[in-house]
Design a binder for this molecule. Structure first.
Ligand code: ADP
Ligand code: MG
Length: 683
């Protein structure tokens, strides 16, 4: 048997089973032995029958001491047999499995595993699985693997197939990890790992096997990403920056940059000075001042004769950026253009020609920026704001509009650095790790609906002080008319009976752009006291006079959305508050709310989010285009991930292309893995 043989060579796999397995992506013997168990059952410890644990699964060795009898009770066929191990006895009961009667041979010894219950004063083993006593059983008396199986295949069958495959290719499962890494990281050998991940000899063997395989998987992924990044970062840029005089823009910003902002700008300029294409991610918590950093960079690129574009995920945010940036850039003689799908035909056409003729130098907009009709004159810099809303694809299509422009990506979804390295493996990372001065902690409270009266009084008090408030109502589907109606009704109620003396308005995703913009302008000017909103304001909006954020049905938002929403207040020097209203009782929701009350730190929140949701959900797996992991879990295996990253980085430093003799096998393995992936995706 060979690794690349079709699985039909395995005993007990005929055409039918092969087809079923093919559907799960298992085609070769190698695929099969790398099809790792979903979980395990510890059947290694046998219980004697005078000491069974009622209500739990027990494993025991026993003799069949009565001839199994079968009876019918209504529609049920019941098979019963008395089982004994010398110390005690128990009744085995099987429902609707009439064939058991002939399978169990009186006086013969078996190993059983099944739940033991007490019914009508009798202790019974319910539907226990069993097997004659034998050496080296795959199913009994050991830690047993449990696989995700095709619907018509039993665990026993697949265990047998995997075992047959493992034995068949035993000598072919060879080591490809360099000896130095194995000893440095104290890894077990590959053959041991593969055998013990399926049929662990002991807990310890399982632990060693899993750690080795997780390390291997993460190392290869990380190495691959480093190599990809190497291909991008080496690239010379055609965008030449000679003039770095940023005094004019710094003088026009209206504030002094924080040390953290200056540091990041320093990193950006260092990229530009190298003459290579910049590919950088800026991470900075909500309100840390990413926009100002982007503006300084854009200003520099523009002063050197190029265009810069900024793409935002929503119209509202694009409008806000346009307003703020054109205010500053206008005084510096830089022409800004807004391009969103909401513009009128005529406005759009003017925008197109201004952009293609190079009249406009700073272009701000939404997805409309990557439409085919848009032609840029001399694109030098592409910035995407709130990156987690865009896929890698969109970032690329924007960059393709120019000739290798510099790329800057901004995100407020802080992720642990280790994960960022994986998810944004092709980007360099800068972090804005402090806030502009004068920011205060946003006090956060979780309350239920019985607090309404006090809450409304609080709103009035804040407004009386000259402040403004947001009330967020969740609308999970922006198309859901019932939910929209309830937001509108609620707004009306607030206007008519709860806050008759206040100026209350509503903004939601179904409004026309002009309407949205008008409302936002009124709110910014302070002409609206209370803004009721669906989540259109989730990202980016900046109105420093707003000090109170009320989130209704807070249990319906994820942690990072809550954090984003809360980030809409606490942007000025006044004390700000966030109130999470929820009647939810379930554990995860409560934990989310508790986390919000406890901390304002985006990193802590995102780690918690990751823990509660798992990385798949967290990022939307499809968006970031990561290969699916066979065994590693990016959250649980964070420690191994760190080790794998360190190893990958030092490996990359000493032997970038894995040309050295000792690294050759690893290299082959990595390229096989990722080429296979690509082939599968293309098919
Ligand atoms: P985010 O990082 O969430 O995008 P913004 O760029 O919107 O944050 O900045 C948040 C607020 O802080 C804005 O009102 C901005 O004008 C202000 N700001 C940014 N940098 C500074 C600074 N160095 N000093 C004072 N205020 C600043
Ligand atoms: Mg922002």
């Amino acid at each position: 048997m060979e690794l690349q043989d079709s699985i039909e060579i395995v005993r007990n796999i005929g055409q039918t089973r092969a087809k079923q397995l093919n559907k799960m992506g298992i085609e070769t013997v190698e695929d099969l032995i790398e099809y790792f168990p979903r979980s395990y059952e510890d059947r290694s410890k046998l219980t004697s029958l005078d000491a069974v644990n009622i209500g739990e699964v027990n494993n025991f060795r026993a003799r069949v001491c009565t001839k199994p009898e079968s009876m019918r009770v209504k529609a049920l066929t019941i098979v019963k047999a008395r089982l004994s191990d010398g110390k005690g006895s128990i009744e085995g009961v099987w429902y609707n499995q009439p064939y058991i009667k002939n399978m169990l041979i009186p006086e013969k010894e078996y190993i059983f595993t099944g739940k033991v219950v007490e019914k009508y004063g009798r202790v019974q083993a319910e539907n226990p699985d069993f097997e004659p006593v034998r050496e080296n059983s795959l199913n009994m008396g050991r830690i047993v693997p449990v696989y995700t199986v095709p619907s018509k295949m039993s665990q026993k069958t697949i265990r047998g197939c995997v075992k047959d495959a493992l034995d068949g290719v035993h000598s072919e499962i060879t080591e490809f990890m360099p000896e130095s890494i194995i000893s440095e990281r104290k890894l077990c050998g590959r053959s041991y790992a593969v055998n013990n991940i399926h049929f662990p000899e002991s807990d310890y063997a399982f632990f060693k096997a899993r750690r080795r395989l997780v390390f291997e998987e993460l190392l290869m992924l990380q190495m691959h990403l480093l190599q990809l990044k190497g291909n991008v970062t080496g690239k010379k840029s055609a965008v030449r920056i000679r003039d770095y005089d940023v005094r004019p823009i710094l003088d026009s910003l209206g504030f002094k940059l924080t040390q953290a902002q200056e540091n990041v700008i320093g990193e950006l300029f260092a990229d530009l000075r190298k003459g290579n294409v910049m590919n950088r991610l800026i991470q900075g918590d909500v309100g840390s001042g990413k926009t100002a950093v982007a503006m300084v960079l854009a200003y520099t690129v523009i002063r050197n004769g190029y265009q810069a574009v900024l793409m935002a995920p929503t119209d509202v945010l694009a409008n806000q950026h346009y307003k703020n940036i054109s205010e500053v850039f206008g005084t510096l003689g830089i022409k800004c253009t807004l391009l969103t799908s909401g513009l009128r035909r005529k406005e759009k056409n003017t925008a197109y020609s201004d952009i293609s003729e190079g009249k406009s130098q700073m272009i701000i907009g939404t997805h409309a920026l990557i439409q085919e009709t848009v032609e840029y004159n001399s694109l030098g810099l592409v910035i995407t704001d709130e990156q987690h809303r865009f896929g890698v694809r969109q970032r690329e299509s924007l960059a393709k509009k120019g000739k290798d422009p510099h790329v800057l990506v901004m995100t407020a979804t802080p992720i642990p650095r280790t994960l960022a390295l994986i998810l944004y493996g092709d980007l360099d990372i800068s972090i804005i790790d402090s806030f502009p001065p004068g920011r205060q902690k946003i006090d956060t409270f979780a309350v239920d609906h019985s607090y309404y009266r006090r809450l409304y009084a609080f709103v009035k008090k804040e407004v009386a002080k000259g402040r403004q408030a947001y009330i967020i109502c969740p609308m999970i589907e922006e198309n859901d008319n019932t939910e929209l109606r309830s937001v509108l009704t609620y707004t009306q109620e607030l206007k008519d009976s709860i806050f008759p003396e206040l100026r209350v308005e509503c903004i939601h995703g179904k409004m026309k752009n002009d309407e949205k913009q008008e409302i936002m302008e009124l709110f910014e000017k302070g002409d609206i006291d209370v803004l009721v909103s669906t989540t259109v304001i989730e990202v980016g909006i900046d109105v420093p006079n707003a000090t109170l954020m009320i989130i209704e049905n807070a249990e319906r938002f994820g942690l990072s959305a809550l954090h984003q929403l809360r980030g809409r207040v606490g942007r000025g020097s006044e004390k700000s508050y966030c109130v999470l209203v929820s009647d939810a009782k379930n554990k995860t929701s409560l934990e989310r709310l508790k986390t919000m009350c406890r901390t304002n730190d985006g990193f802590v929140i995102s780690e918690k989010d990751l823990e509660l949701r798992g990385p798949g959900d967290f990022f939307g797996t499809r968006q970031h285009g990561l290969p699916e992991m066979k065994i590693a879990n990016l959250y649980k295996d964070i420690d191994v991930l760190k080790e794998a990253q360190q190893t990958a980085i030092s490996l990359y430093k000493t032997d970038e292309n894995l040309k050295k003799e000792e690294n050759k096998l690893l290299k082959t393995r990595i390229s096989q893995l990722f080429e296979q992936k690509i082939k599968k995706i293309c098919l």
